[in-house]
Design a protein around this ligand. Structure first.
Ligand SMILES: NC(=O)c1ccc[n+]([C@@H]2O[C@H](COP(=O)([O-])OP(=O)(O)OC[C@H]3O[C@@H](n4cnc5c(N)ncnc54)[C@H](OP(=O)(O)O)[C@@H]3O)[C@@H](O)[C@H]2O)c1
Length: 261
């Protein structure tokens, strides 16, 4: 299959670890030029070095806090200055603060709104004028909570659903410019975030992390957590030339975890 990613430019948000890093890695492997983005310059420098050694696509980075509008404007500007174009935007973010209704303050709600929903809107707003010229692909990373609320992750259960409404609406608004936009929802992919959630659950219930993981894996028909590279493979397909007709959709990458139709 011809992916046509050679020489394409991708801005991969929240790519210093986990899902973002895995997607950036696969895009570079396919010959794309990538702009890495997160708050941590040290980590970004390290990944830039690692990926540059692949000798496939170019790799640059921009330090950006995606809860800050000015930072987002500057990151998109830097991507344009570096590569002249943005063909692909991967919208991603850190996870929201876990908690039930009575545990969450207004401050938690505002922060998660900015981090997990508004940052996607702001990023798309800045990228859009550039993408309108030549078309493009946008991926919004959400969570399996878009299909089935996760106990104790109320902020995810609320704001991720907003991402699906955003994606579906923009698919129609952007179609005349040949900009295809989709949501991908991870189930349990083995990243630092999932490891830390498992640790928190183990501490709270005074059981071992292994026990938490065993219970969690038992809910997944494939019987294991996904690897970040498995998630990245699907994202890479969706943003490639191989996808010409899928837009406005929400796709689960969850090993069969969500049981609803
Ligand atoms: N992994 C899963 O199975 C799973 C399941 C459901 C949902 N999700 C969601 O998918 C997203 C990615 O998951 P992950 O597992 O890869 O998470 P992760 O391992 O915690 O990585 C989060 C990334 O977000 C960056 N980040 C956090 N806050 C930021 C900010 N204000 N500005 C810029 N970058 C920021 C972090 O970089 P810096 O710290 O360097 O800034 C890091 O690169 C998260 O929202 C997570 O909740 C993941």
């Amino acid at each position: 299959m011809e992916l046509g990613l050679q020489g394409r430019t991708a801005l991969v948000v929240a790519s210093s670890q986990g899902l973002g890093k895995a997607i950036a890695t696969q895009l570079v492997t396919e010959g794309a030029n990538v702009m890495l983005l997160s708050r941590n310059e040290e980590k970004l420098q390290k990944i830039q070095k690692e990926l540059t050694q692949l000798n496939t696509g170019n790799v640059a980075y921009t330090v950006c806090d995606i809860t800050n509008t000015e930072d987002i404007k500057q990151a998109v500007e830097q991507t344009i200055q570096t590569y002249g174009i943005i063909d692909i935007l991967i919208n991603n973010a850190g996870g929201p603060t876990p908690g039930t209704f009575e545990q969450l303050s207004d401050e938690n709600w505002y922060h998660s709104f900015e981090l997990n929903l508004l940052s996607y809107v702001r990023m798309i707003r800045e990228v859009l004028p550039h993408m309108k010229k030549n078309g493009g692909k946008i991926i919004n990373i959400a969570s399996s909570s878009i299909k089935e609320p996760i106990p104790g992750l109320l902020l995810s259960n609320t704001f991720r659903v907003g991402i699906t409404g955003l994606t579906k609406t923009l698919a129609s608004e952007f179609a005349p410019y040949n900009i295809l936009i989709n949501t991908i929802a991870p189930g349990r992919i083995a990243t630092e975030r999932v490891a830390s959630l498992d640790n928190m659950a183990a501490q709270k219930r005074s059981i071992s992390v292994e026990e938490v993981q065993k219970e969690s894996k038992a809910t997944i028909p494939l019987g294991r957590y996904g690897q970040p590279s498995e998630f990245a493979t699907f994202a890479t397909f969706l943003v490639s030339d191989a996808n010409t007709y899928m837009t406005g959709q929400s796709f689960l990458v969850d090993g069969g975890m969500v049981k609803g139709l």
